[in-house]
Design a binder for this molecule. Sequence first.
Ligand code: ZN
Length: 181
Amino acid sequence: MDFKWTAHRFSGGTLALDVANSVILRTAADRSIDRFAEPEQLDAFAAAAMRLCAEPLPALVPPTVQDRASFLALREAIDRYFRRRIEGMDDPVLLADLLDTAARVLRAAHDESGLATSTARSALRLATRPDDGRLKICPNCGWLFLDRSKNKSRMWCDMTVCGNRRKASRHYRRTKDEGPR
Ligand SMILES: [Zn+2]
């Protein structure tokens, strides 16, 4: 496999959202890919996150086999709660689910600097952030991200990937529409 945890895959701006974004095209069931489906990717992700995540992180120990399910449950709760919130609905039930899954991970913590506990702490920090319009959904790929730019002007998770791809497809459509039938 030539798959790599590149800087692009850490466009979320926080560990919690980078973890949520490990599912590619989450909203398109037929094309969706779970990058954590292969357990060894958790090790690779943890190693890359220490270098590439926008949040300063301790050394991240990947979850043990027993803790994997609760980590993935946390990932899903993060995506559900924040996606809904960005869409304009701060759903108390989804927030409760997020807190429950985070609590489960924190209670089972064997290692203070585990990937799972760091993700839970990151999600809690994000959940208690004031709403300042910085939480966004990339209109091209559907990833969640925290816009850390000075004037909150970021539109894409990653301009060099999603911004350009969108521009290219628009250009393609335009030239196709204008071309001979
Ligand atoms: Zn994107």
